[in-house]
Design a binder for this molecule. Structure first.
Ligand SMILES: [Zn+2]
Length: 551
């Protein structure tokens, strides 16, 4: 029965995705002028009328189930169409904390966009004109320690490539050349649903979630966490079954929260939340361990914690990070949602976090961000009025392949269950490594490497979602996971990595569920637990794709 519904679901999704909507017909960029760095937009293909009609009916039926229409209007599916080529991403190789501190201070002074920072490198996006300014602020030995992760032209092309498109042939060559140095993972794609062939906009994700609810109503429901600043719903899926428990009929529902998209440009976090949700949903009734897991726990999947920012990355600025709330400076909108939670909020005491133009702007006071208030209100209401007890949290981000645990705000404070957290983080990393040999490091979120006892300078940050849920909601097994990659592509991870990333995170989630089941579940929870390594998404999905002439 579940298999039939899975097949039907896949067929409908492929039908919806296969025929472009009227909006995407004219809005997709089709060619890239590297001289002007503008994308030219002719009408470059036309829909088949009969299939358009079918697609519209399916889409209308799906949309009619979703109460809010604001984020699903065709206009909002327009892609960003021009990309500046006067920006680049530099990687500075560092060897000491003093180096890290010097670069961090210089980047703060110039309000530059620090993509990632580890103990041996710092990636910074900046304008060509700012390169000399930055180098001038650095010690002499660091001035020649950088390489270009992306030149301006490469950055613009990578941004263009990240949007769904089937006509990026001119860019395929450089794409593959880069991939060969990256690993063979590009060629290791398993069978998958076409939904995960590309990154998806909100206008596709929300109807897709609705469709999941419609076809798997026995264990899937859609809900809204609350509203964003611009009035969009923050959609979520609740996945789980509630077998009658005669021994404890009023027992609280143990719930595992999995979130993504807090930072708008980290698209793989959104696609991975969706992938894990889909994998568990379609494995229910087919795999004993997953069925058991969904009887024991509810999972709540929130793929876009920051829907306004996510939408903005699709329409205007692919590399936007924050939410879209106005600040005291008219031209610098947005708060860094991972610094706006009220626990140990430090916006007024940490450098750039009190400047509205900073990528880490924390607002003028705790809880100023609308989306953060919505998340907190929802979580509190769930525990106070909806019989929920949260037992686990995975907050997905990118990039750098790390599993982080509390606290984020300080390395000087050790959580009471530090050993338990560190051990569980190692278990999640092992589950990933066993699956596909990808290494994820385990660290305290403030920057301390558990195994090496080294500490990265300048990474501690207050007001994080992770710390708030750990401390205020008492989720004692809470982690932030930074997904692929380790810096070859950074935030512009190719869509071919969606499925491999989704699979490895699914394995980590299954292991997470098993460990939580051992701690909170019924006796013998994981008896006969199967480490099933069959591809999570069925081959029949791909078979259907091959039969579809529009693929
Ligand atoms: Zn992030």
């Amino acid at each position: 029965m579940v298999a039939t519904r899975t097949f039907l679901f896949t067929a409908i999704v492929q039908l919806v995705l296969a025929v472009p909507s009227p909006a995407t017909l004219t809005d997709r960029p089709s060619s890239f002028d590297s001289t002007t760095c503008e994308l030219i937009q002719p009408i470059w293909y036309r829909s088949h009328p009969s299939l358009s009609t079918i697609r519209q009916r399916v889409t209308d039926s799906v949309k009619s189930l979703w109460p809010s229409s604001r984020s699903q209007t065709p206009e909002n599916t327009r892609h960003a169409t021009t990309f500046r080529a006067d920006q680049l991403v530099l990687r500075f190789n560092i060897t000491t904390d003093v180096d890290a501190q010097a670069i961090s201070e210089a980047a703060n002074t110039l309000f530059l966009d620090v993509w990632d920072q580890s103990e041996d490198r710092v990636d910074i996006r900046l304008a060509n004109d700012d390169v000399s300014l930055l180098l001038g602020l650095l010690p002499s030995h660091l001035r020649n320690s950088h390489t270009a992760l992306y030149t301006g032209d490469e950055l613009a092309r990578a941004i263009h490539r990240s949007y769904p498109s089937s006509t990026s042939i001119p860019f395929e060559l450089s794409y593959r050349q880069r991939a060969t140095t990256h690993s063979d993972r590009i060629t290791r794609r398993p069978n998958s649903d076409v939904f995960f062939d590309e990154y998806r906009s909100l206008s596709v994700i929300v109807p897709w979630m609705r469709l999941l609810q419609s076809l798997f109503s026995s264990h899937v429901s859609i809900l809204s966490i609350g509203s964003s600043y611009e009035g969009r719903d923050i959609p979520a899926l609740r996945v789980g079954v509630h077998p009658t428990n005669n021994a404890n009929p009023n027992g609280k529902r143990k719930t595992i929260l999995i979130t993504g998209g807090l930072h708008a440009r980290e698209w793989v976090s959104t696609s991975t939340v969706n992938y894990v949700a889909y994998s568990l949903i379609t494995s229910y009734g087919r795999r004993k361990s997953i069925t058991r897991l969904l009887e024991e726990f509810d999972f709540v999947f929130v793929p876009t914690l920051n829907p306004d920012g996510y939408e903005y990355t699709w329409t205007t600025d692919r590399l936007f990070r924050k939410n879209r709330q106005p600040t005291s400076l008219r031209f610098c909108r947005g708060l860094d949602l991972d610094r706006t939670y009220p626990y140990m909020w430090d916006g007024n005491v940490t450098g750039s976090a009190d400047n509205p133009c900073s990528e880490g702007y924390a607002g003028s006071e705790p809880l100023e961000a609308v989306e953060t208030r919505a998340m907190i209100d929802w979580a509190r209401n769930e525990t106070l009025s909806n019989n929920v007890v949260f037992v686990g949290l995975l907050d997905l981000h990118s990039y750098s392949q790390q599993i982080l645990f509390p606290y984020s705000y300080s390395c000087d404070v050790t959580p009471s269950n530090f050993e338990d957290l560190a051990e569980m983080a190692s278990g999640l990393a092992k589950a990933i490594r066993t699956r596909d040999h990808e290494n994820y490091r385990t660290l305290s979120a403030c920057g301390t490497d558990v195994t090496l006892s080294t500490r990265r300078a300048g990474n501690a940050a207050g007001g994080s979602l992770l710390d708030w849920f750990y401390h205020e909601m008492h989720i004692h097994h809470a982690f932030q996971v930074k997904l692929r990659d380790k810096g070859s592509y950074g935030f512009l991870l190719p869509s071919s990595e969606i499925v491999p990333t989704g699979i490895e995170m699914t394995k980590a989630v299954e292991h997470f569920g098993r460990l939580l089941g051992q701690k909170y579940g019924a006796a013998g929870f994981d008896t006969d637990w199967e480490e099933d390594d069959v591809p999570v998404v069925r081959s029949q999905d791909r078979m259907f794709a091959k039969q579809n002439p529009l693929q």
